[in-house]
Structures are given as structure tokens and as C-alpha cells.
Design a protein around this ligand. Structure first.
Ligand code: MTE
Ligand code: MO
Length: 266
């Protein structure tokens, strides 16, 4: 586990707090970025300069929902905390879809637009760059807690396995029309399920998490793999992912069906 005050990142990475500071300082940049339609935050920050910013801006969309969705997802980083602030014992909440033992033959299944579904082991997922995040996890029921999670970026995962696109190519800032609008996830027994907008899925702080406090996630917290999506309330942070799929229609969502807002963004 990291002893430094910030989660350790690969050397070529931009520390997320530094990105945030830059964003806060540069209000103009922030406003421009807020108008970019799809989850291109990452693409913009990694692009060399003005040239890289031009293309997403050409696709500016209007409409309140689009603006709200964009503002609350890819242009907005949640605040980070020093690792010492993380709760030693994270709170457990919600057992839907995880009441049975973890399937011994657990594999992550991912539906693709063409060909057979992909099936991956936890070791396959661990081949991607590991990221940690220490942030305030918020449950819609009114509690929150600083927690320390580790895993891989969902955006890295979608790129590596060429997912979330109609063409079967890796997601690209040059072709946002090719992206499906939603990502759906469900537990192996389908007892809990969520849908998230693609902008939030591509958000740089969204993780497929396999560690809590530097240890493998325990069963009640969603072993072997769960979603950590800091731009959303707890309800969207599905534990024990069994299947991932992509759609242009909103995937069904356990708590949205029970009266909560579909987006539940922070
Ligand atoms: N499979 C599954 N995932 C779930 C839930 C659930 O009941 N089943 N509850 C959600 C809610 S409401 C919250 S607040 C968080 C809690 O995560 P934790 O138990 O790790 O604190 O998990 C979310 N993911
Ligand atoms: Mo929750």
C-alpha cells in the first residue's frame, strides 16, 4: 500500500490532483471542456494542445440534458484525499445479487457488437495499468465515507478490448458517433443491475476495482470485481460484476426501477 499522501500512479501519468488544480485555475479551459459532448476529457488532457481540442469542440451539442450530463461527468474530477484518511473498515451496504457464494468459475463476460462474448479472468484485467483512488464514497441514503480503492480504469479496459463501439474499433475521439450511449452491468445472478451513461463510464476516475485498502476486495464489498464510479452515488457502484454490455437505450437499472433518478450524478 502506498505511504504517500496521494495514490501512486505510473510515472508517465498525470496525478489527478494536479489535473484538478489546473482545471480550477483555468476557468476558461474548464468552460470550454464543459461543452464537449462525449467522454473526451481524457483525450483532451492527453492531446498536445489546441489542435487536439479543436475536433471535440466541433461536435458541441446543445440541450440541457447533454450539458448537464457532460458537466457532471467527464469534465469534473471528484476531490481526492490522503490515503491516511481512508476508513480502515469500509462500510458495507446492499446485498442484492451477491447473496449466493461467489461463483467458483467466475469470469467477466462482455458482449460485443460482433462475434462471441469476451470472457476474461481477473488476471486478464490485472494486466492493465493499476490505479488507486482515495475519495468520498457517497450513498444516496445519506452516509458517506472516505475509501481507498484500486483497479483499472474502465476507459483503459474499453480501449484495450475495443469495446463500447458499434464498429468494433477502440473508442476514438475522432468518432464519437461510433460509441454506444450506455454501458450496462449486472451481477452473475442478475439480482442487481445498473446502466450508466458512456461519459461517466469513460471518466478517468471510473475503475473496475479489485482492491480495497490495498487488499483484494472481500465478498460483501463485491469480489472479485466491482465498479467504482466516483461521479455517481453508491447505487451505481455495482458489486460482483458478471456481465457488461453496451446499448443506445438505457439499460435497466435496479434503483431507477424503484424510483431513484436514473443518472444519480454527483
Ligand atoms: N451487487 C450489488 N451492488 C451494489 C449494491 C447491491 O445491493 N448489490 N448496493 C449499492 C449501494 S446502494 C451502495 S451504497 C454500494 C455500497 O458498497 P459497499 O457495500 O462496498 O459499501 O454498493 C452498491 N452496489
Ligand atoms: Mo447506497
Amino acid at each position: 500500500m502506498s505511504q504517500s499522501t496521494e495514490p501512486q500512479l505510473p510515472e508517465d501519468d498525470i496525478p489527478e490532483s494536479a489535473v484538478r488544480r489546473r482545471m480550477i485555475k483555468s476557468f476558461g479551459w474548464f468552460t470550454l471542456a464543459a461543452a464537449v459532448p462525449v467522454g473526451v476529457y481524457e483525450w483532451i488532457t492527453h492531446s498536445p494542445g489546441a489542435q487536439g481540442i479543436k475536433r471535440p469542440l466541433r461536435n458541441v451539442l446543445t440541450g440541457n440534458e447533454t450539458l448537464a450530463r457532460t458537466y457532471f461527468s467527464n469534465t469534473h474530477l471528484v476531490p481526492l484525499f490522503p490515503v491516511e484518511d481512508a476508513a480502515k473498515k469500509a462500510r458495507v451496504n446492499g446485498y442484492d445479487g451477491i447473496k449466493s457464494p461467489i461463483p467458483e468459475d467466475w469470469k467477466l463476460q462482455i458482449d460485443r457488437s460482433a462475434g462471441e462474448p469476451l470472457t476474461l479472468t481477473i488476471d486478464d484485467i490485472k494486466t492493465l495499468p493499476r490505479h488507486e483512488i482515495v475519495y468520498e464514497f457517497k450513498c444516496i441514503e445519506g452516509w458517506s465515507q472516505v475509501q481507498h480503492w484500486g483497479g483499472v480504469r474502465l476507459s483503459d479496459f474499453l480501449e484495450k478490448y475495443k469495446l463500447a463501439t458499434k464498429s468494433g474499433n477502440a473508442p476514438s475521439p475522432n468518432n464519437t458517433d461510433d460509441l454506444f450511449k450506455y454501458v450496462g452491468m449486472e451481477t452473475p445472478d442478475k439480482g442487481y443491475y445498473i446502466g450508466i451513461d458512456i461519459e461517466s463510464a469513460m471518466h478517468p476516475q471510473t475503475l473496475l476495482a479489485y482492491e480495497l485498502n490495498g487488499q483484494p476486495i472481500t465478498a460483501p464489498h463485491g469480489a472479485p470485481l466491482r465498479l467504482i464510479i466516483p461521479v455517481k452515488y453508491g447505487v451505481k457502484n455495482l458489486k460482483r460484476i458478471g456481465r457488461i454490455f453496451f446499448a443506445d437505450e438505457r439499460p435497466r437499472d435496479f434503483w431507477a426501477e424503484r424510483g431513484y433518478d436514473y443518472y444519480v450524478g454527483l
